[in-house]
Design a protein around this ligand. Structure first.
Ligand code: HEM
Length: 188
């Protein structure tokens, strides 16, 4: 592992820094329907260096910590951490995440330089319970009572703004629920 300064973070380079945003919208499951939670958050991305795997794969990694607070009472109601990783040779982007509900996701996707019309970098990753490449690990309780079966995350990063749209499919209360989160953040 190395953390020298000439690492090529590829499309992840522009993430590094501290981002804040107060336009968050969360739609979460409730026994009798859903709840909508307006939120604000801080996401801190830091360069984590590169790693080599089996002497044949090199990944550049960026660590992040995401702290999300409800606008209604300022309480932290989502706390997430993980890495975004870039395999520059294979042009694969990976996103690992863990949340303190005992759910972990390793999502992945191809990235061949996609941008939006304003030239901002667009990354898209997904995972699913039956996906042999990109999977979900969760506790027995969550598997049996609030199972995450799919995950999709699209993130757009420019010089000053970072926006994302995330869908987590949760099998809960006897139905399949689309748990969604979106926000737009500004660089601090
Ligand atoms: C900004 C991001 C997110 C926010 C603000 C958020 C917020 C919430 C909220 C408010 C609930 C309802 C349960 C409660 O009131 O405690 C919930 C449920 C849940 N979330 Fe999230 N979530 C986010 C992202 C995620 C992600 C990335 C995953 C997993 C990949 C996830 C998995 C779950 C699961 C499995 C439940 C069902 C548990 C339950 O309702 O008892 N969430 N989330």
């Amino acid at each position: 592992m190395s953390n020298n300064t000439d690492i090529d973070y590829g499309p992840l380079q522009g993430f590094i820094g501290v981002w804040v945003g107060d336009k968050g919208t969360d739609v979460a499951p409730e026994p009798d329907g859903s709840e909508n939670n307006p939120y604000y958050e801080t996401i801190t991305f830091s360069a984590a260096g590169d790693v080599s795997n089996a002497e044949s794969q090199t990944l550049a990694a960026v660590h992040y910590r995401q702290i999300v607070q409800r606008k209604s009472n300022d309480q932290v109601f989502h706390d997430e951490t993980g890495y975004w990783m870039w395999d520059g040779e294979q042009k694969i982007i990976m996103h690992s995440l863990v949340i303190p509900r005992a759910v972990c996701v390793l999502a992945g996707g191809a990235h061949t330089g996609e941008t939006d019309p304003d030239g901002r970098v667009v990354l898209e990753v997904a995972a699913g319970k039956d996906d042999s490449d990109w999977g979900i690990v969760q506790s027995p309780f969550m598997r049996d009572n609030a199972r995450t079966t799919g995950f999709h995350h699209k993130l757009t990063v420019g010089e000053e703004t970072l926006s994302y749209s995330e869908t987590t499919i949760v099998d809960i209360y006897g139905r399949v629920f689309e748990h969604t989160d979106e926000n737009e953040l500004r660089r601090q």
